[in-house]
Design a protein around this ligand. Structure first.
Ligand SMILES: Nc1ncnc2c1ncn2[C@@H]1O[C@H](COP(=O)(O)OP(=O)(O)OP(=O)(O)O)[C@@H](O)[C@H]1O
Ligand SMILES: [Mg+2]
Length: 310
């Protein structure tokens, strides 16, 4: 696939992920030996990283603390070709953090999000930086932003190029006020249950949720169902794509890679159905085990798409 450059600004989470993996069977209420790793994270950051790897010109708007983590996140953006845009260092709030405790098998035991700093991204903040935000072609917001912040942004930006990604079931209700102003919304089936009131589950449930949200005025929607694949709906119809069975590693961020590749394909004027196929390919690559994971590129997506049944 030829890659037309698209200038996309991501707005939302940029924080530090700390992963604590238990070295033995977890005993709750006691001290457990763990192995600790730290990596940059946040949905907006993950989407920006994947878009950058696919050749888009990418910016990131967020807020970090005036602390060590904030400085290293900022440096990380520069070395990954992501332009910091309206990104302030906060002297009063610490950089956001997400701490995940994984059991011996790598399954999430508990995730802890300290992200109060994003509540300081407000309507006034957008007004202050309006000219910089408007200078991009398309925008991708995540639900780390508060409901009022999402609503004021949606009034400011061209809704025909406004994409949104849900970050967790706890925060997806924040997107309720902007549904009709989005080009496309990306979410997993648990997040879709909050917004649609429809039961979560496998691909069949995801398809029903997608139709329900489309019928409520959302132009385009993509709902992931983990290992099963992805469902989509737009004004022309709806459908689903089944993921091939594959060995997987750390699944965190697979949904964000899927959203990024779908957005990149939509920006190249592909239909939602075709774009969702590129997206699923990116999700499959992101879910591969770390040591054998293919680097994200259009060529790799093309190869992976061959494994997906029509
Ligand atoms: N167990 C799995 N096997 C194969 N592919 C998977 C698996 N889990 C996820 N994927 C891939 O990742 C995509 C998104 O997965 P999922 O529904 O878990 O998103 P998510 O919960 O939003 O993830 P995250 O928020 O951590 O990025 C799927 O559509 C699929 O392509
Ligand atoms: Mg997700």
């Amino acid at each position: 696939m030829t890659c037309r450059q698209s200038r996309i600004l991501c707005l939302g989470g940029l924080h530090w992920d700390t992963i604590l993996r238990c070295q033995d069977k977890l005993v709750s209420g006691e001290s457990n030996p763990v192995c600790t790793t730290g990596i940059p994270g946040g949905v907006a950051f993950n989407v920006a990283t994947a878009l950058s790897r696919l050749g888009s010109d990418v910016g990131l708007t967020s807020r970090v603390g005036r602390d060590k983590n904030g400085k290293s996140l900022y440096d990380h953006l520069e070395s990954n070709d992501i332009q910091p845009v309206a990104l302030e260092f906060d002297s009063e709030a610490p950089t956001g953090s997400y701490t995940a405790v994984l059991d011996l098998n790598g399954e999430l035991v508990i995730g802890l999000a300290d992200m109060a700093i994003y509540d300081r991204l407000s309507a006034e903040y957008w007004q202050k930086y309006e000219a910089q935000l408007q200078s991009w072609d398309a925008w991708c917001v995540d639900s780390n932003l508060s409901g009022p912040a999402l609503e004021s942004l949606a009034m400011l930006l061209d809704s025909s190029r406004l994409y949104a990604v849900a970050t967790s079931p706890a925060k997806s209700h924040r997107l309720g006020g902007v549904l009709t102003r989005l080009n496309t919304l990306f979410l997993n089936t648990c997040e879709a249950a909050v917004l649609s009131g429809r039961e979560s589950g496998g691909l069949r449930h995801a398809l029903q949720q997608a139709q329900c949200l489309r019928d409520r005025g959302l132009k385009q929607v993509v709902i992931t169902a983990g290992a099963q694949g992805v469902a989509w709906a737009d004004c022309g119809g709806c459908g689903s794509l089944t993921a091939p069975i594959a060995e997987t590693g750390n699944l965190s961020g697979a949904g964000d890679a899927l959203a990024a590749a779908t957005i990149a394909a939509l920006e190249q004027d592909h239909s939602l159905r075709t774009a969702a196929r590129w997206g699923l390919s990116a999700g499959i690559i992101a879910a591969q085990p770390g040591p054998s994971r293919t680097a994200l590129s259009w060529h790799a997506l093309e190869q992976t798409a061959k494994l997906i049944d029509d």
